[in-house]
Design a protein. Structure first.
Length: 788
């Protein structure tokens, strides 16, 4: 046993403890912060200013709105439906029997990108979601629509995890108050409401980029052997594995998600290779230092290559030939324009498209704060230079003083590091705005970075405001300020910075919640109609045509619902025992039996509303979804089909046969092109449809004038709701964005209110302003049998 005296003798002295003793965790976090408090008020409330919630607290806070998104968010992008939900439905809920080779359509749509002759999409991304979409729901006996929500719950969990990682890193490596602001911006964000639970590669890229940035904010200690202050650099498991985690995170998003998101890693690459990032490196050793930094990145690069190899094997098994979907999509987007193809065929937008969308999803002030973060950093450097920490966590270490004074050393000021770490969002926004073809989902990967930039810019703005208030205090003088305390101004002025920050965050939250509510309430028709079909209409029809599939009490309950209103009957139907539409009862075997006809394939058709089809997850298994000709003249998806398998033999064939859906995904068929040209084989006659989904906007025809509305109808888009052959079973209000505006000659205030009410949910009384929003009827129609 060592005596107290010996322990005192062996303990390091105070003078040497700074260079040899391990630094406590709390002290490491504090010294690693790139920003510090400069005002007396901030120092007085240091405990509050330095408070960063724990990781799990942040995770739970963020998870709540993400779960709400999982259950309420509508699918706003047909690309999400047809390129991701439909292939996932194929892998998870369509039989993959290898025995049947038939041209019968399967219950999943295939776009031309998944045709083996093009192979633009990787099946690896789809297969990642099989546990949440198939294995767990089928094990628990869930309906397949619940599998969609379980998949979204999985996405919500992953997104919340990565957001919590980033917010926590911002608090420990930048400043706690920046983390607080960022959390308040992220929580109610309408942008995150849309992006967090979307089944899109750009959402995966968003999560991996967020995770990578949470590691990138930590101090870099790679190649620290070339730094003279290596002894006091923080060395933990997190810092030792920093490069590997960052590279692997960025690579996962690029390889399994969206390859173009790799651009977001460029500032990190620049910092990691060329910037000492707080290490004191002699100029004479800088080239060796740079070379060592490159070598330190090799493990991450090798791990990324293993990801590419795995992706290649999955795609080769799925398509039946050596192919890499990620590489094909890069080639298509960059080089296909030379032959008349390319993304521009699917629409182009003005350069300000993303600025408008971001303003709707995040609040214009938040977007402006995110964009001007560099000017704010430079302004603070000129006005409040003391806000920045020392040039490195070890800049004041005696080791720096003991160096040869003739030898120049390189480090990086916090200003440079902050500019590099805030660069990804603005770089991404600039790059995406330069592309002719724009989609809202393309900006998803940078969403959390927008919140980080805005939070940092807000913090810098508040610090600048503190300086202005301090100057004002000096002009007014203590005698005019009341108490005369050194940090006291007029009561309102002394709290002005807090009022400004609270107001900005509150406005951001209110507009985001209002935007999310509008997107749910005004556009719910596409999913509401299918829920009505699945939960009321088809069970009612089955009970009516085949009464013996349920007991007498349930049968009578179903009959009583017909006298109720649409909302009441649907609500009551959800309380009744579930009707098994696939059940074949011995007493219902008549050839004329409607249930048998349903089990053979009830046909649900879409005309001009094809782009709002939510997915086959919302449709019962015996329902066949088809398209009716509309005014749209581009290429539509067609159903997957089983076919014969051709290709390799021997060992290669054995490896490829591990893919269970090989006779579906490898089948090459006609009717696909990459020029967005219409394929006529997609359509069926409307007379063959049992049900039809359509939207009707009566005000559009009324505005055109004329008693005979049919004269104003498009050639291929008649008003099916007014056709006597069709009966509307259920209709839901659907906002007509194009026609929701103030009438000509209205005042500017009325026009402004009309714009706001169209974009946001604002429960203003109609007596205050005329109702400018125009709604149509999004309807489920049933074809009536013709009389003999």
């Amino acid at each position: 046993m060592i005596s107290t005296k010996n322990r005192e003798r062996d303990a390091p002295s105070a003078a040497s403890s700074s260079t040899s003793a391990p630094i406590p965790s709390e002290r490491i976090q504090r010294t690693n912060q790139l920003l510090v408090d400069t005002s007396a008020a901030a120092r007085e409330h240091e405990s509050l200013a330095d408070y960063v919630p724990s990781f799990w607290t942040i995770f739970q806070l963020v998870l709540l709105p993400r779960v709400i998104s999982a259950f309420l968010r509508r699918i706003a992008d047909c690309d999400e439906t047809y390129n991701y939900w439909e292939p996932l439905h194929l892998l998870s809920w369509v039989s993959n029997s290898q025995d049947a080779i038939s041209s019968a359509p399967l219950q999943a749509f295939q776009t031309w990108e998944y045709a083996p002759q093009y192979a633009l999409r990787s099946w690896s991304y789809i297969a990642l979601h099989l546990p949440a979409a198939a294995w767990i729901p089928q094990l628990l006996g869930w309906q397949k629509v619940n599998a969609l929500y379980s998949t979204r719950m999985f996405l919500a969990w992953v997104c919340s995890f990565t957001e919590a990682c980033l917010v926590r890193s911002v608090g420990t490596c930048i400043h706690p108050r920046v983390a607080q602001y960022m959390l308040f911006v992220l929580l109610p964000s309408a942008g995150m409401f849309q992006a967090s639970t979307a089944l899109l590669p750009s959402t995966l890229a968003m999560c991996t980029t967020t995770l990578a940035m949470s590691y990138a904010l930590q101090p870099s200690t790679s190649a620290k052997g070339f730094a003279v202050n290596a002894a006091i650099l923080p060395q933990t498991i997190q810092t030792r594995q920093r490069n590997l985690k960052i590279i692997l995170s960025f690579a996962t998003g690029a390889v399994l998600g969206w390859p173009f998101a790799l651009v977001l890693s460029f500032p990190f690459v620049l910092e990691e290779i060329f910037c000492p990032s707080g290490q004191l490196v002699p100029l004479s050793r800088y080239l060796c230092f740079t070379y060592a930094r490159v070598l330190a990145s090799l493990p991450g690069l090798l791990a990324s290559l293993s990801l590419v190899s795995g992706l290649f094997l999955v795609d080769m098994a799925a398509y039946g030939r050596p192919v890499l979907g990620t590489l094909n999509i890069i080639i298509y987007n960059i080089f296909s324009a030379q032959r008349g193809a390319g993304p521009e065929l699917y629409g182009t937008e003005a350069w300000w498209y993303y600025l408008r969308n971001l303003s709707l999803l995040w609040n214009p002030l938040v977007v402006v704060l995110a964009i001007v973060v560099w000017p704010m950093l430079l302004l603070c450097r000129l006005v409040v230079p003391t806000i920045f920490a020392a040039s490195s966590s070890a800049a004041t270490n005696p080791a720096k003083v003991q160096m040869n004074k003739r030898e120049t050393t390189l480090s990086n000021a916090p200003l440079i590091l902050l500019m590099l770490r805030t660069a990804p969002f603005n770089l991404w926004l600039l790059l995406m705005s330069m592309q002719p073809h724009k989609e809202e989902r393309f900006i998803f990967p940078a969403f959390p970075l927008l919140a980080f930039n805005a939070a940092l810019s807000l913090h810098l703005s508040i610090e600048l405001l503190r300086v202005v208030l301090g100057k004002l205090k000096g002009v007014l003088g203590p005698s005019k300020i009341g108490s005369g305390r050194s940090d006291d101004i007029y009561p309102t002025l002394s709290r002005l910075h807090s009022i400004v920050a609270t107001t900005i965050l509150a406005l951001s939250a209110l507009t985001s919640i209002s935007r999310s509510a509008q997107s749910v309430l005004a556009f719910s028709g596409p999913t509401e109609t299918l829920e009505y079909l699945s939960n009321y209409e088809l069970p009612r029809s089955a009970v009516q045509s085949c009464p013996t599939i349920v007991d007498a009490q349930t049968r009578e309950a179903w009959r009583s619902l017909e006298s109720l209103s649409q909302i009441e009957r649907y609500a009551q139907a959800l309380q009744l025992p579930r009707v098994d539409l696939n059940k074949a009862d011995a007493g219902c075997s008549d050839a004329q039996n409607e249930l048998d006809a349903q089990r053979g394939g009830t046909r649900l058709c879409y005309a001009k509303e094809w782009h709002r089809f939510p997915s086959h997850f919302h449709v019962p298994s015996h329902v066949e979804v088809r398209f009716v000709k509309s005014d749209f003249q581009g290429i539509l998806p067609q159903h997957f089909e089983r076919g014969a398998i051709h290709g390799a033999s021997g060992l290669a064939k054995s490896l490829l046969d591990l893919w269970s859906w090989r006779n579906i995904t490898r089948t090459e068929r006609r009717g696909f092109n990459d020029l967005n040209k219409e394929e006529r084989d997609r359509y069926v006659e409307v007379d063959t449809c049992n049900y039809l989904i359509d939207v009707d906007f009566p005000h559009r025809y009324a505005e055109q004038g004329g008693a005979h509305l049919s004269n104003n109808e498009p050639t291929y888009e008649p008003r099916y709701t007014h056709d006597p052959n069709w009966t509307a079973l259920a209709c839901y209000p659907f906002l007509d964005i194009e026609h929701s505006h103030a009438v000509p000659g209205s005042s500017k205030m009325v026009k402004l209110v009309a714009i706001l009410k169209r974009a946001f949910w604002i429960p203003l009384p109609r007596a205050l302003f005329d109702e400018t929003n125009k709604f149509g009827d999004y309807c489920l129609l049933r074809r009536e049998a013709k009389e003999a």
